[in-house]
Design a protein. Sequence first.
Length: 298
Amino acid sequence: MPTPTIEAFFRDHQARVERVLERCLPAADAVPTRLHAAMRYSVLGGGKRLRPILVYATGAALGLDPRSLDAPAAAVELIHAYSLVHDDLPAMDDDDLRRGRPTTHRAFDEATAILTGDALQVLAFEVLAKDPAIGSAAARIATIRILAEASGTAGMAGGQALDLAAVGRRLDLPDLEEMHRRKTGALIRASVLMAAAAAEGLAEAHQAALDDYAKDVGLAFQIQDDILDVEGSTEDIGKQAGADAARSKPTYASILGLDASKQRAQALKVRASERIASFGEKAQILADLAAYVVDRRA
């Protein structure tokens, strides 16, 4: 069977995870209605769905049934959505625009936005705990552990704390990369590793290759985000362009310069593809995703 194009894979699996998320989220007319409406607004308001697509693409490389990956795909997107709601709050980045429309605390209110993030985070783990399609109890526990570690102080929350502490400071490159491996890279890595955990008995060499691939893609994604903050338009990227510079946040562009940042992202794209060469044609979608992450304009 020929490998699907990256466009077709994106289209099919964006639609698939959208259906799964729709099922997972509480109905908007269920009590408490305002909170449930805010949760649906925050999750179903568009987005690339890159993290769920990485779950499914890793599963495709490993020959897994997509049904066994629906819960991990939905769970990682719920965690991502919660992080965006909280990142946008006045106490954090104080953003008014997300995915081309008002942020949750602007569309509803600040207290509802805080509760929305809290509820989405809890829902992610409920989804993983309940879905028997993941496989054995050991596989389900592994996916829960991977996502929890990626969400906590060793991952996304820790990276956000480092990000807040770095405002107005000039970081060296290793410190910047450590911050972004946690803040952005940890969930991208978890997307790949959760699918790998569902493939029970996967050889250690293949696990390590996927882990290294995910680390490279996560870092490349953040570098491209920093480039787009400088070169992109607010309309294209769906949030305020130039916001990082306005807040005096250290970025790859501010530390390395645009040209060196672009070179670094391209090098990571090539290396990520090389990491998964042992999987052969089955991993072509993963290689295409690494290219997409670096070449995207939004």
